[in-house]
Design a protein around this ligand. Structure first.
Ligand code: PLP
Length: 288
């Protein structure tokens, strides 16, 4: 039976060029990127190339990219890392939209159980967060606002630049989960004016288990994984080199094509064909 895969928001197939690059990386870039010798430095160079490609995809500087295990870790890192960094300054209030992915919602709820206060912003009938609702929710204690760029279930795209500006006016840090939008529509950390941005490789034809958090230069974010000095002391653990290489190739491919236009065309074609015509289904059986 011929099956058609239509669940690309859950995950995408891995692009053949990504498979080729990852296979070569598993075989050839086995060195530990923290090692100073030839093999380690080769692996580090492969990772640096991927870092530049991911940075270019999201409008960040390569030094602002921290590789993680995926979107869930990036969201946890952004929220917990900022909440804990600002705790001493007396900022113990968090704001998120009510339609965030569980990676955001459950992180906010976990912090709420430990003494932070949290406000979940409602959305209107089209799934949009109102800038007025954000304005009303902000207090002088708000540490962080987290609103996703594109929703994983209904696809609404939030007015991120405007929401980030409002949050900044009250001194809050702004995080956006761009896991569903990166690689499909333009995502630009600078143009959005956000401080933190999450991405995941497996939503853009890359592998599972690789993602990144872009952290605006100079922003203090505490680590959530402790150990060695990897990722400039921000995320401990020997890096997933092959996964990161695959992520880099997928990011480069995503940047080179207009996935948004392709998806719109596919959507329009599908919408035109949802009601079968009599020609396509043949004559109806008689009722008698
Ligand atoms: C909006 C959004 N954020 C975060 C995640 C989690 O990403 P990952 O599967 O890489 O942990 C997903 C995955 O479904 C998502 O759609």
């Amino acid at each position: 039976m011929h099956r058609i895969y239509l669940d690309h928001n859950a995950t995408t197939p891995v692009h053949p060029a990504v498979v080729t690059a990852m296979t070569a990386a598993l075989r050839d870039e086995f060195g530990n990127p923290s090692s100073v010798h030839y093999f380690g430095q080769r692996a580090k160079a492969a990772m640096d190339e991927a870092r530049s490609a991911v940075a270019a995809l999201v409008g960040a500087d390569p030094s602002e990219i921290v590789f993680t295990s995926g979107g869930t870790e990036s969201d946890n890192f952004a929220i917990r890392g900022v909440a804990e960094a600002l705790e001493r300054a007396g900022r113990r209030h968090l704001v998120a939209s009510a339609i965030e992915h569980e990676a955001v919602l459950n992180t906010v709820k976990a912090l709420a159980r430990r003494g932070w206060t949290a406000t979940l912003l409602p959305v209107d009938e089209s799934g949009i967060v109102s800038p007025d609702a954000l304005q009303a929710a902000l207090t002088d204690q708000t540490a962080l606002v987290s609103v996703m760029h594109a929703n994983n279930e209904i696809g609404t795209i939030q007015p991120i630049a405007e929401l980030a500006r409002i949050a900044h006016e009250r001194g809050a840090i702004f995080h956006t989960d761009a896991v569903q939008s990166a690689g499909k529509i333009p995502v630009d950390m600078r143009a959005f004016g956000v401080d933190l941005l999450s991405v995941s490789a497996h939503k853009l034809y890359g592998p599972k288990g690789a993602g990144a958090l872009a952290i605006r230069r100079g922003l203090r974010v505490l680590p959530i994984l402790f150990g060695g000095k990897h990722e400039r002391n921000r995320r401990a653990g020997t890096e997933n080199v092959a996964g990161i290489v695959g992520f880099g190739v997928a990011a480069g491919l995503a940047r080179a094509k207009d996935e948004g236009a392709r998806l719109s065309q596919l959507r329009d074609r599908l919408a035109c064909r949802t009601r079968p015509t009599s020609a396509s289904i043949g004559p109806r059986p008689s009722r008698s």
